[in-house]
Design a protein around this ligand. Structure first.
Ligand SMILES: C[S@@+](CC[C@H](N)C(=O)[O-])C[C@H]1O[C@@H](n2cnc3c(N)ncnc32)[C@H](O)[C@@H]1O
Length: 277
């Protein structure tokens, strides 16, 4: 990311800047599975509002894979890929994607009159920006969302084994609520809560300091991790589940349903806990 002072400094109407476009097959598969599990009603709803992959990157892997996974739930789901790099859009259009549109645009979302979006998935995009753009980027994306629609914004490891993402939901007053912070771990390496801070969403990175809610959350997660180990829990899955239960006992709003925890998904309800970016 260059040193833009404002998101439209290039004066092209597209809000943002071209950043590194690296992606990989299957990188966001588990993020799609999270959407399919946790936001099934939104995905399956009839209607023409898009699932939008903002910043799909150099290749169309993640865009095409999201369409395939989410259309298992809703075969008629309209899917739109948005990229700020004209060459990447051109390549996506030339790739002949089935029933997927790729358009040139930025955070303002390049929609035509009457179009709307149910989900904006923006992965590994805002991590390349400075933190002070975060709120503006959200505010630019929000108007396109239907009521109940979400912005799912996160960062992942290169192969997507581990990721962390914010979920913002549009309420009936047309405002975005900061809903949840989702952690995903694929159980392929030794689990430790300390794996996550480097992948925190951009609004939270600078908040990893004493006194901030996210710092406090990680401190407690580390403590219950140590306690679980002292109690003899050794496996990655065991530590994941045991620390989730202990975090809930400590008063954190953790989703304890097996279908999430057993897939390596830990969902923290952040309403009233984290400040709006
Ligand atoms: C690292 S790639 C991410 C690719 C894919 N989403 C993934 O996670 O594997 C980031 C992409 O976001 C694009 N991008 C950055 N800012 C953008 C913006 N404001 N609007 C649309 N695309 C943007 C970049 O051009 C780049 O291709």
């Amino acid at each position: 990311m260059n040193d833009l002072q404002d998101l439209d400094e290039l004066g092209q109407g597209r809000k943002g800047a071209i950043t590194r476009g690296k992606t990989a097959p299957n990188r966001l598969r588990s993020a799609d599975l999270y959407l399919a599990l946790a936001h099934r009603l939104l995905v399956s709803a009839k209607g023409r509002s898009f699932f939008c992959d903002l910043g799909f990157g150099e290749d169309v892997f993640t865009l095409a894979q999201s369409a395939a996974i989410l259309r298992r739930i809703n075969p008629g789901l309209p899917v739109l890929g948005v990229e700020i790099d004209p060459d990447r859009v051109e390549r996506a259009c030339a790739a002949g994607l089935m029933d997927i549109e790729a358009r040139l645009g930025g955070f303002e979302l390049p929609l035509k009159a009457g179009e709307s979006v149910r989900i904006v998935r923006a992965f590994n995009v805002l991590r390349q920006y400075k933190a002070f753009y975060y709120r503006e980027a959200l505010e630019l994306m929000a108007p396109a969302l239907v009521t109940g629609g979400i912005i799912f914004e996160g960062s992942s490891s290169p192969w997507g084994d581990i990721w962390c993402a914010n979920v913002f939901k549009k309420n009936s007053q047309g405002l975005l609520d900061y809903d949840s912070l989702v952690f995903r771990f694929a159980f392929k390496e030794a689990f430790s809560p300390s794996l996550f801070p480097p992948l925190l969403p951009r609004n939270l990175i600078e908040k990893m300091v004493s006194g901030e809610a996210v710092y406090c959350f990680f401190k407690v997660w580390e403590e219950v991790f140590e306690r679980s180990r002292q109690l003899g829990v050794r496996s990655n899955q065991g530590l994941w589940k045991s620390t989730a239960r202990m975090l809930a006992e400590q008063g954190f709003g953790i989703t304890l349903q097996k279908r999430f925890l057993s897939r390596g998904l830990l969902i923290l309800n952040v309403k009233g806990l984290f400040q709006w970016p």
